[in-house]
Design a binder for this molecule. Sequence first.
Ligand SMILES: [Zn+2]
Length: 154
Amino acid sequence: MVGRGDAADFVFSASRRQAAGWDLKAVIAVNDNNGYPPVEPISAGLKGCCPRCGKGKLFAGFLKVAPRCENCGLDYSFADPADGPAIFVMLGMGFVVVALALWAEVSYNPPLWLHFAIWIPLTFVLCLPPLRLVKGVLITLQYAHRAEEGRIDR
Ligand SMILES: [Zn+2]
């Protein structure tokens, strides 16, 4: 009986991959990090660092992604988290702010102007810092998993 990881199993799965049209050299190239040691994507994203070398800066402004890594030269044009960061932050912080506003309304019944004066600034304070962190993590995860728009091979 051939177990998982045996040589025969490897040959079988390699031939099966070839039969399925996989290019083994392409699979190896995708897993190669261009000579850089592997970077832990979540910590690199939280620090706003390059997903390949882990040293260069990912951002050129608060949320603007730099054109390329200043350390290793990685082209950041692949980085497109779109509205992913906004959705995650909006859903998480929206839940927190709405829950607090409802609790304050039920407990203290403050005037409407006080609700606006508290919850609108608090929404900005709670949403802006995580937006940069989540955007960094989504870009480094996108790099680590080679996630990109689907393409049709012709
Ligand atoms: Zn880099």
